[in-house]
Design a protein around this ligand. Structure first.
Ligand SMILES: [Ca+2]
Length: 356
């Protein structure tokens, strides 16, 4: 199990070239967010793995399920490819880790053609668990973090309803993966595919693949990163990277899915939770992390995004490592100019010496 993890983590760094990675790791401005793959630990009490022992309703079980969920020996099917189904699976053990990474291996597949399937899977880190509702089978006004793998576009604003052919022209195509943090005050707007409350996201053709697909949710030091792997090449691609995300400890992990008029099989193969070994300041350690209210700073409030149809909201903040790359480029530019200047100066000196 852990070896898989190790191989995935090598992938985590490959979206950055090797020399750049070296520089990143050796540059003091960086807070070491690129994992080295050696310091994480699988937490079995928060992980769901084949053959899914300990899944069920007994008091000792670590995962509980509800609704249409079917647990077999090789997958957990949240919904079958049938209309109007809802299912979920929840970790019964609250997570008291401050820094963690959740790897989800999943598969969404069905007989429906492009655009005629739905609705998707949600991965949860929330205060409450097993509360069925309208948000991909879970309650609305949830408290905590949600990651939506939304396979059906409900918002047809600016699109040709009859043909659906404007997907590529629209600013986000489906399936669409997005994150939302909620303190219970925000509703999830299905009609707009959660756009009003979205913190970040990416489009990804995750459906009907021959292989399983993966996503990783990392939370450490107020930074939320979501990586995806849909090509079965053992490489992560960045989907979401947001700073200033505040989440407490003591919440529950879960996954849910729903079908409506259109359907899909929504399968979870595994959910693997890793503890990240990260140092915190004494001030941070003295806080009661269970009392933190889920929130996001350093960004506009999601509410400010309500009438923003430009999609600019997602790309406005320069994330930490983009700022760093800009600084690095400037620094390299100065160094190159300095070296070239010194060489030119030396040559000129030598030439002058020859003249006199
Ligand atoms: Ca949708």
């Amino acid at each position: 199990m852990v070896s898989f993890r190790g191989s995935k983590m090598r992938g985590f760094g490959t979206f950055i070239s090797r020399p750049l990675l070296f520089l990143l790791l050796h540059f003091t401005l960086v807070q070491c967010d690129i994992t080295d793959g050696n310091v994480e630990h699988l937490k079995r009490e928060h992980s769901l793995m084949k053959p899914y022992q300990g899944v069920g309703s007994s008091p000792s079980s670590q995962w509980d399920f509800w609704g249409s969920t079917l647990v077999t020996s090789s997958y957990v099917r949240l919904t079958p490819d049938e209309r109007s189904k809802q299912g979920s699976i929840w970790n019964t053990v609250p997570v008291y880790l401050k820094d963690w990474e959740m790897h989800v291996q999943y598969k969404i597949h069905g007989s429906g053609n492009k655009h005629f399937h739905g609705d998707g899977i949600a991965i949860w880190y929330t205060k409450e668990r097993l509360n069925p509702g309208p948000v991909f089978g879970n309650q609305d006004h949830f408290v905590g973090l949600a990651l939506f793998v939304d396979t059906f576009r409900n918002d047809l604003h600016g699109m040709d309803v009859n043909t659906y052919h404007n997907d590529e022209a629209a600013d986000r195509s489906f399936p669409y993966i997005s994150a939302m943090v909620n303190n219970g005050s925000l509703p999830y707007d299905h009609g707009k595919d959660g756009r009003n409350s979205e913190l970040g996201g990416c489009s990804s053709e995750i459906r009907n693949k021959d292989h399983d697909t993966y996503l990783a949710i990392r939370y450490s030091k107020s930074r939320l990163t979501v990586m995806i792997d849909i090509d079965d090449k053992n490489e992560w691609k960045e989907c979401i990277d947001i700073w200033g995300v505040h989440l407490p400890t003591g919440y529950y992990f879960g996954a849910s899915a729903a079908t409506g008029d259109l359907s899909d099989n929504h399968d979870i193969i595994s959910m693997k939770m890793y503890q990240l070994m990260v140092d915190h300041t004494p001030d941070e350690d003295s806080l009661d992390w269970t009392k933190i209210e889920p929130s996001v700073s350093l960004l506009k409030s999601p509410k400010d995004n309500i009438d923003d149809h430009t999609g600019n909201f997602r790309s406005t903040p320069l994330t930490g490592w983009k700022v760093f790359l800009l600084l690095l480029c400037a620094l390299l530019g100065i160094v190159v100019c300095g070296v070239v200047g010194a060489v030119v100066f030396q040559k000129r000196q030598e030439r002058n010496r020859r003249f006199y």
